[in-house]
Design a binder for this molecule. Structure first.
Ligand code: GAL
Ligand code: CA
Length: 328
């Protein structure tokens, strides 16, 4: 008996010493993050996804690695849904989703809920009803109304400071509007609130042309060329729901030898250059860096089991020739 006890004691000792000698290396846990972007060929969303990836890299430590995979939905919801199915099948831990089609939100939410994968929606806001389907989802965006209002303010400032902008001197601002994709809340709200602001400042308006350029530079150029062919010198102001369409509009104006103020949204690098060159009258910072950091922070918080709000807003900032350098 004593022998056995002795043996046991020795055994236990060696076990303790063994474990004491075991290397103190912490285990690395890997968090697999799937990011689904509506399409890669989009200037603002490219800045956004690049920043999310860079920010996840800064959060990675020896103990906790974020392994990020980003998919291109190619502006097709069926393609994006397959990509999300594949993330789920591969056991991803966290998703960030920039939906192609907002009407697919409930389907996607049911899928991530069934799989128990916390998900942050970005840039395209699912309805309140859809967001209520699960508590481990949230939305990160920017208040599109504000971006429209800032565009309106820029137009009002220009108009009030330069009587020559009213080319036909009728006291009415004749304008054209280049709109983003129909599915997107930003398109409708920027279109509405930009003009609302102009009217609220006591300026009469007349819309000559209002068509969709779907956030796209080439379409923005083509639509503006069409508007110029139809209305020529009657156009006094150009509103674009984003900078890529505004830059397309500037190309069309240059080709036609016209100088008309153009106002965009996003404050992308080429847009800031266009302000520097005197081609773009103003834009509104759609803060891709701020939104990228907020969505990543919220995704990590969801993974940590925190209870979150249903939506988080990153502010827009008005950008004009006076302050554009602060954003370059
Ligand atoms: C908007 C942005 C556009 C486009 C769109 C994509 O917020 O202003 O340029 O990127 O999102 O959904
Ligand atoms: Ca006029």
């Amino acid at each position: 008996m004593r022998k056995i006890l002795m043996l046991l004691a020795i055994l236990m000792l060696s076990v303790t010493s063994l474990s004491a000698c075991a290397p103190a290396e912490p285990e690395t846990s890997t968090v697999k993050v799937g990011i689904a972007i509506y399409k890669f060929d989009d200037t603002f969303m490219t800045n956004y996804r690049t920043e999310m990836e860079a920010y996840f890299a800064t959060l990675s430590t020896d103990a906790m690695m974020y392994e990020v995979s980003i998919t291109d939905g190619k502006n097709d919801q069926a393609t994006q849904t397959e990509q999300i199915d594949s993330f789920i099948a591969q056991g991803y831990n966290l998703l960030i989703v920039n939906l192609v089609d907002l009407t697919a939100a409930s389907t996607i939410i049911e899928k991530v809920k069934a799989a128990g994968i916390p998900t942050v929606f970005i840039n395209r806001q699912p309805s309140t009803e859809d967001m209520a389907l699960w508590d481990k989802i949230t939305y990160v965006g920017a208040k599109a109304e504000d971006s429209g209002t800032y565009q309106g303010e820029i137009a009002v400032d220009l108009w009030k400071n330069d009587a020559a902008l009213d080319k036909n001197a009728d006291g009415v601002m004749q304008y054209i509007m280049l709109m983003g994709q129909e599915i997107h809340q930003d398109a409708a709200l920027r279109t509405e609130y930009s003009i609302k602001k102009v009217v609220a400042e006591g300026i009469e308006v007349e819309v000559l042309f209002q068509e969709r350029g779907n956030w796209d530079r080439v379409l923005g150029q083509e639509k503006t060329a069409a508007a110029l062919a139809q209305f020529g010198d009657e156009i006094e102001m150009v509103f674009a729901n984003n900078d890529d369409m505004a830059l397309g509009a500037i190309e069309a104006l240059k080709a036609a030898g016209k100088v008309i103020p153009v106002i965009g949204v996003d404050a992308t690098a080429p847009a800031l250059d266009a302000i520097a060159a005197g081609d773009l009258a103003g834009t509104v910072l759609n803060d891709s860096v701020g939104q990228a950091h907020t969505s990543v922070d919220k995704a990590v918080a969801l993974l940590n089991g925190e209870t979150l709000e249903k939506e988080y807003w990153v502010p827009y900032v008005k950008v004009t020739p006076e302050n554009y350098k602060d954003f370059q």
